[in-house]
Design a protein around this ligand. Structure first.
Ligand SMILES: [Fe+2]
Ligand SMILES: [Fe+2]
Length: 166
């Protein structure tokens, strides 16, 4: 999709998240559709890696951004079909992800805030750290890119058919 697919070649990034990537609780996110054209694992890695790169550039806690970014959507229901009576998906799923993340790793206060506040904008409580705000923005941006990409792909295919080039 873009250069953020290069995460697997980035040894420093891998070193920060390898222990999480090998957990079945994380790898099984691959079986869940997230935004039409992406599964939940791809989405989580994209949010994690993009946040990590921004964090590094700005001399922030890029480790927390990489790890919490990877775990921010660690829930297993389909948000398009599952509805809750005790709160919206935007409110509920960060809390489920936090609980699930706590079960597979030890989280810092900042990592907890990144996960639970990643829907900031749709939910009221503001992030406590700049790292949380950035991961939340990156998450929004990734959702748009992932949802839009099949649309653009289709447009491109149609254009190719029309002009008969390859
Ligand atoms: Fe989310
Ligand atoms: Fe997300």
């Amino acid at each position: 999709m873009n250069k953020h697919n290069d995460w697997h070649k980035d040894q420093q990034y891998i070193a920060l998240v390898a222990d999480l990537l090998i957990k079945p609780e994380v790898s099984k996110l691959e079986n869940i559709t997230q935004h039409i054209n992406s599964n939940r694992l791809e989405h989580s890695i994209m949010v994690s890696y993009k946040s990590y790169k921004i964090g590094k550039k700005l001399h922030l806690d890029y480790r927390a951004m990489a790890r919490a970014g990877l775990l921010h959507d660690m829930f297993y229901y389909d948000w398009r079909t599952t509805k809750f009576s005790d709160g919206s998906h935007a409110y509920v799923h960060p809390r489920i992800a936090l609980k699930n993340a706590r079960e597979i790793t030890k989280l810092s206060k900042k990592e907890e805030d990144i996960i639970v506040k990643h829907m900031w904008g749709a939910t009221i409580a503001p992030p406590r750290y700049v790292e949380s705000a950035i991961v939340s923005f990156v998450d929004d941006q990734c959702a748009i890119v992932e949802a839009a990409s099949p649309y653009f792909k289709q447009k491109y295919q149609n254009m190719k058919l029309k002009l008969k080039f390859n």
